[in-house]
Design a protein around this ligand. Structure first.
Ligand SMILES: Nc1ncnc2c1ncn2[C@@H]1O[C@H](COP(=O)(O)OP(=O)(O)OP(=O)(O)O)[C@@H](O)[C@H]1O
Length: 295
C-alpha cells in the first residue's frame, strides 16, 4: 500500500488576531494509506470538521502541509482544482445542497462540471445510484419529494459519481433513524470494498467506527490523541472514556469485569467477538477444572 494523504504539523486558527481566536488544529501529523477506511472520532469541537476541510483545499493551513498523492496542496503553482477531483467531500447534511429538478441531474452535476461526455456521465450516474440503492424510478423524481435518507443518498451518489480516489464524509448518518444509518453506512462500506478507494468517515459513534473502519483517528482538543487500528484503539478503552468518548456497551462490560479482577482482554467491541472471547475463557476455565464443552 502507498500513502495517499500526509498531514504534516498542521495548524489551523480561526479568526487570527481577534478576541475569539481559536486554534482548531494544533500540530497535527499523520498519514493515510491508499485503500484504508479511516474513522475519525472526537468530542464536539475537537477539530474533526476543520481537519477534513483541509483534504480538498476548502481550508488553507495556517501552517503545516497537506500532501495528497505525493503533491503538496499549497505549494506554489499547485492546481487546487485537481485536488477537488481527487478528494470527494460529503458535508454534514449534504441534502441541503440538492437543487436540480431530478435526482439523476443532481448526481450528474459533478461529472458534468468535470467536462465528461454524456455517455460517461450516464455510466457514472447509474453506477453511483447502484452503490446507494437508488432505483431508476427514484432517479427521475425531484429530490424534494424524497425521504431524508433517500435525499442523503442522492447527495452522496453525486460525490461518488465524480469517482474520487478518496471519499471523505462528515457524519453521513447524522439525524437518520437506526435503519437509515445502517443502510447508508453499509452502502459506504460496500462501495469501499468494491472500489478499493480510500474512505475517511467522521462519526460521533464509536460503535459505527468499530463496525466499518479499519483504522481510527481520535481527535482531542485540536490534537491527534490516538491513531491506530480499531483493535489497538479499543485496547485503550479507559483512555477513550477519559476523553469523553462513549465506547460500545459490550466494551464497557468487559472493562468493568476487568476492573473487578478478571483477567480478560478489553479490545472487545462487537458482540460476536465478545461471545467468542467469553467462550474461549470459559473453555480455559473448564480445562483447568477437568474440561467441559461451553458451546
Ligand atoms: N467558522 C468558525 N469560526 C470560528 N471558530 C470555529 C469555526 N468553525 C469551528 N470553529 C471552532 O473550531 C473548533 C473546532 O471545530 P470543528 O467544527 O472542527 O470541531 P468538530 O470536532 O468537527 O466538532 P463537531 O463534532 O461539533 O462537529 C471549535 O472550537 C469550534 O468552535
Amino acid at each position: 500500500m502507498s500513502e495517499i494523504i500526509r498531514v504534516e504539523h498542521l495548524k489551523y486558527v480561526y479568526n487570527p488576531g481577534m478576541p475569539d481566536e481559536t486554534a482548531a488544529l494544533d500540530d497535527v501529523s499523520f498519514s493515510i494509506e491508499e485503500g484504508d477506511f479511516v474513522g475519525i472520532i472526537g468530542s464536539t469541537g475537537s477539530g474533526k470538521s476543520t481537519l477534513i476541510g483541509h483534504f480538498n483545499g476548502l481550508n488553507r493551513p495556517t501552517s503545516g502541509k497537506i500532501i495528497v498523492d505525493g503533491k503538496d496542496m499549497w505549494a506554489e503553482g499547485s492546481d487546487l482544482r485537481s485536488f477537488r477531483f481527487l478528494v470527494g467531500l460529503v458535508f454534514q447534511y449534504p441534502e441541503y445542497q440538492l437543487f436540480e429538478e431530478t435526482c439523476a441531474k443532481d448526481i450528474a452535476f459533478g461529472p458534468k462540471n468535470m467536462g465528461l461526455d454524456d455517455a460517461e456521465i450516464e455510466r457514472r450516474v447509474k453506477e453511483a445510484a447502484a452503490f446507494t440503492g437508488l432505483s431508476d424510478d427514484l432517479l427521475q423524481r425531484s429530490p424534494f419529494e424524497l425521504s431524508g435518507g433517500q435525499k442523503r443518498r442522492v447527495a452522496i451518489a453525486g460525490v461518488m459519481a465524480m469517482e474520487p480516489r478518496i471519499l471523505v464524509l462528515d457524519e453521513p448518518a447524522a439525524g437518520l433513524d437506526p435503519e437509515g444509518r445502517d443502510t447508508i453506512l453499509s452502502q459506504i462500506k460496500a462501495y469501499h470494498e468494491k472500489t478499493g478507494i480510500t474512505v475517511v468517515l467522521v462519526s460521533h459513534s464509536m460503535e459505527d467506527i468499530a463496525k466499518y473502519a479499519n483504522r481510527v483517528l481520535v481527535m482531542s482538543h485540536a490534537k491527534v490523541a490516538m491513531y491506530d487500528t480499531v483493535e489497538k484503539v479499543f485496547a485503550r478503552a479507559p483512555e477513550l472514556l477519559e476523553l469523553g468518548l462513549s465506547v460500545p456497551q459490550v466494551t464497557q462490560i468487559f472493562l468493568k469485569l476487568r476492573q473487578k479482577g478478571l483477567d480478560i482482554p478489553i479490545d472487545v467491541y462487537t458482540v460476536p467477538y465478545a461471545v467468542k472471547t467469553i467462550r474461549r475463557l470459559w473453555q480455559q476455565e473448564q480445562g483447568k477444572g477437568g474440561g467441559a464443552d461451553a458451546s
